[in-house]
Design a protein around this ligand. Structure first.
Ligand SMILES: NC(=O)c1ccc[n+]([C@@H]2O[C@H](COP(=O)([O-])OP(=O)(O)OC[C@H]3O[C@@H](n4cnc5c(N)ncnc54)[C@H](O)[C@@H]3O)[C@@H](O)[C@H]2O)c1
Ligand SMILES: O=c1ccn([C@@H]2O[C@H](COP(=O)(O)OP(=O)(O)O[C@H]3O[C@H](CO)[C@H](O)[C@H](O)[C@H]3O)[C@@H](O)[C@H]2O)c(=O)[nH]1
Length: 330
């Protein structure tokens, strides 16, 4: 049996492919390389360059391989872009996910694991958010993901498709052995941008908002190391293979760090002050969003190994150095 990983050339998907090939699974990656990199896919996996909305291609791949699961990472991920181009986001994230799901059901693939997001919760109070909180996304990105969760629930009820949707909080860091990391050139994520600044690739880091109702006035987020996030996917796969119930799980550590905490961690790890500039709030940022994180541990048996902000930053910084060398042709 093989596993189909969509978006397996992207940041998070490429870490999943690495974990799967390391445990001896047969992996096929489907990726259109719109933001992913072919070289991020481990050579043991088969890379098919194509689109998850291409029905004929999906039918062909699914007939050629016996998949027991689809792990679906492919999608568009930039929240402000989704505000500017909602229909583009609904097409790539919702409509094409429907096509992927329909082909999987048609081909009799029993299991589906989906990359959802904390953005489905929308603006939340400062305390941890649990999975049973009614979702209220405030961006088309969050809404596009929530609709896909709904299609999974309905497909489970109607066709018996087993599914797990994982709602990621703030994913960061890279493979602890430095083989892969976050490589998208125009990334907007705080830890990535802070590491680029630490290496002199950006002049300064802008801190978006210092007047939030939080202990130091900057936003709090629940940063999760990408390898721990991937461990939750592997646990989800094992759980579904054992006949576990379908469901939705938050993926975070349950602890919030402020933007200033992240800056201090980068300074500690890099051993130099980071040039920062205080800037106005960025539109659409909630003051704090921290995972209620018990369910994924209790039900899937998830045991994180890298629950440490400095370690997350260290792996992100190491990767950024390697990427700079690669981009310079070194
Ligand atoms: N990065 C985060 O902090 C974060 C947080 C919450 C959820 N997520 C979700 O995790 C998933 C992966 O995110 P990422 O950070 O790795 O992003 P990424 O952009 O690095 O990866 C997405 C991958 O999907 C591919 N892709 C996009 N549209 C496609 C299509 N129509 N057909 C085939 N391939 C397509 C891209 O080429 C890329 O390789 C996304 O679904 C995203 O919404 C990410
Ligand atoms: O240059 C920067 C970049 C970010 N920030 C701040 O750092 C925090 C984290 O911002 P990120 O852009 O790293 O992440 P978000 O919390 O905005 O978004 C993340 O969580 C969302 C759900 O809430 C989505 O899932 C999204 O894909 C994921 O990246 C925010 O307060 C932001 O204002 C800065 O101050 N300066």
């Amino acid at each position: 049996m093989a596993i189909l990983v969509t978006g397996g050339a992207g940041y998070i998907g490429s870490h999943m492919v690495l974990a799967l090939v390391e445990r001896g699974e047969q992996v096929v990656v489907l990726d259109n390389l719109s933001t992913g990199m072919w070289w991020a896919v481990q050579p043991e996996a088969k890379l098919v360059e194509g689109d998850i909305g291409d029905e004929a291609l999906l039918d062909r791949i699914m007939a050629e391989h016996r998949f027991d699961a689809v792990v679906h990472f492919a999608g568009s991920i930039v929240v402000p872009d989704s505000v500017r181009d909602p229909l583009g986001y609904y097409l790539n994230n919702t409509v094409k996910s429907r096509m992927l799901m329909a082909c999987a059901v048609k081909a009799g693939i029993p299991r589906f694991i989906f990359s959802s997001t904390a953005a489905v919760y929308g603006n939340v109070p400062a305390e941890p958010v649990f999975e049973d909180r009614p979702p209220a996304p405030v961006s088309p990105y969050g809404a596009s993901k929530l609709m896909t969760e709904q299609m999974l629930k309905d497909s489970h009820a109607a066709y018996g498709l087993q599914f797990i949707a994982l709602r990621y909080f703030n994913v960061a860091g890279g493979d602890p052995r430095g083989r892969i990391g976050q490589s998208t050139p125009r990334a907007t994520h705080l830890i990535k941008v802070a590491c680029q600044t630490a290496l002199g690739q950006r002049e300064r880091l802008e801190v978006f908002g210092t007047d939030y109702d939080t202990p130091d006035g900057t936003c709090l987020r629940d940063y999760i190391h990408v390898s721990d996030l991937i461990a939750a996917h592997v646990d989800a796969l094992d759980y579904l293979r054992k006949g576990g119930d379908s469901g939705i799980f938050n993926c975070g550590y349950g602890k919030g760090y402020s933007v200033l905490d992240v800056i201090r961690a980068v300074e500690r790890v890099n051993g130099a002050p980071l040039p920062v500039q205080y800037a106005p709030r960025r539109a659409g940022d909630p003051a704090a969003i921290v995972a209620g994180a018990a369910r994924v541990r209790e039900v899937l048996g998830w045991q994180p190994r890298h629950e440490n902000l400095d370690f997350i930053v260290e792996t992100a910084l190491n990767w950024e150095r390697k990427l700079a060398l690669r981009n310079a042709g070194g």
